[in-house]
Design a protein around this ligand. Structure first.
Ligand code: TA6
Length: 295
C-alpha cells in the first residue's frame, strides 16, 4: 500500500503518520504527548523509541542496512519462528526480513498510540518453514513501549516455536552498564560451550557476552548512570544478554566498529529449553515492556 493510502486509512492526527524511510522502506512515525517512535513495515521493526524529555532508548547501528529481505541492525528485531542457528536457514528466522501488513491503528484508554501488524504463512514462508501460522504484533507507544508478539498455529500439525524480542538498548558507555535482576539466576554461556553458570551480582560488560538467562518472570533494570530502564516481560522464561565486543563488532558489516561501546541487547525470549510447542489452533504471546525511569 502506498504512503498516501496508508495515511488516508491509518494516520491519526496528533499521533501517527507514514513516510518513506531509509532504503525506500515504509515506516510509521509516532509522535504523541508521551513519546516519539518509528516502526518499519519491514520486519515490523521498531527502530526508535524516545520518551518525551529523554534521549533515544534504542540503539541503531551507524552502518545498518535497509532493503528488501534484509534484517535491520538495531532497534527491536523479531527473531521468529526460531531463535539462533537453524541448519541450512538464516539465523533467527525470517520474520525480521519479511514485509508485515498493517491491520490497524488506534489510541488506547491510556492515550498510547497502538499499531497492529500481521504476517501470515505464504508459499515463500512454507518453503522455509512448512507450517500455517498467523503472527500478530501489537506495538504500544506511550510512557512505556509495549511489544506483544502473538503466534497462532493455523495448521493441523503441532510445531515448535522459539523466538525473541531482540532489543538493542542505547547506553552512554558500556563500562558504566549494570543490569540488575538476574542475580542468582542460572545462565548458559554460549561462548564457553554452553557452560551452565550462576549470575553473581549485577551483569557488567567488559568483554564479548552472549548469555541465555533462565528468567523467573522478574523484571530487570538496565542503568548506565544516565539512562535507567526497567524491562518487564511475560510469556517468557528466558532472557538473552549480548554484546559482540570488539572483534565480533568489526566482523559484521552492518555493525559499526565502535558500536559495541554504546549498546547492549537484553532480549525477552523463548530460547533453547524455553521453546514452546503449539498444538493446532493454539496461540502463544511473548511480551516485552520498556519502562524508562529517571536515573
Ligand atoms: O541474541 C544473541 C545472538 O544470538 C548472538 O549470538 C548474535 O548472533 C546476535 O544474536 C545477533 O545475531 P544476528 O543474526 O542479528 O547477527
Amino acid at each position: 500500500m502506498d504512503i498516501g493510502a496508508l495515511n488516508e486509512l491509518f494516520a491519526i492526527p496528533g499521533h501517527l503518520h507514514f513516510e518513506t524511510g531509509e532504503g525506500g522502506l515504509t515506516k510509521a512515525v509516532v509522535a504523541n504527548s508521551f513519546a516519539t517512535a518509528e516502526v518499519y513495515f519491514q520486519g515490523a521493526h521498531v527502530t526508535s523509541y524516545r520518551p518525551a524529555g529523554q534521549g533515544e532508548l534504542l540503539w541503531m547501528s551507524k552502518t545498518a542496512q535497509f532493503g528488501d529481505n534484509k534484517a535491520i541492525r538495531g532497534g527491536v528485531p523479531l527473531c521468529w519462528p526460531w531463535f539462533g542457528k537453524q541448519e541450512g536457514h538464516a539465523q533467527h528466522g525470517f520474520a525480521r526480513k519479511s514485509l508485515f501488513t498493517l491491520f490497524g491503528t488506534s489510541v488506547n484508554a491510556q492515550g498510547e498510540t497502538v499499531l497492529q501488524f500481521g504476517l501470515q504463512d505464504s508459499e515463500a514462508t512454507r518453503a522455509v518453514w512448512p507450517h500455517a501460522f498467523m503472527l500478530e504484533y501489537r506495538v504500544s507507544v506511550g510512557r512505556t513501549l509495549g511489544m506483544e508478539l502473538k503466534t497462532t498455529n493455523a495448521g493441523d500439525v503441532t510445531f515448535e516455536l522459539s523466538q525473541a524480542l531482540h532489543t538493542y538498548f542505547a547506553v552512554d558507555a558500556i563500562e558504566n552498564v549494570r543490569i540488575e535482576g538476574f542475580e542468582g539466576n542460572t545462565y548458559i554461556d554460549t561462548l564457553r560451550d554452553d557452560a551452565a553458570c550462576i549470575q553473581k551480582g549485577p551483569v557488567v560488560i567488559g568483554e564479548e557476552v552472549d548469555r541465555i538467562y533462565e528468567d523467573d518472570g522478574q523484571s530487570v533494570t538496565l542503568s548506565d548512570g544516565t539512562h535507567r530502564v526497567a524491562i518487564a516481560g511475560s510469556g517468557s522464561r528466558s532472557s538473552v544478554v549480548w554484546n559482540p565486543w570488539i572483534a565480533k563488532a568489526a566482523s559484521m558489516a552492518d555493525f559499526d566498529d565502535e558500536g559495541y561501546k554504546t549498546m547492549v541487547c537484553i532480549e525477552t525470549a523463548n530460547a533453547r529449553k524455553d521453546a514452546r510447542i503449539l498444538q493446532p489452533g493454539e496461540s502463544h504471546t511473548l511480551v516485552q515492556q520498556l519502562i524508562p525511569a529517571a536515573p
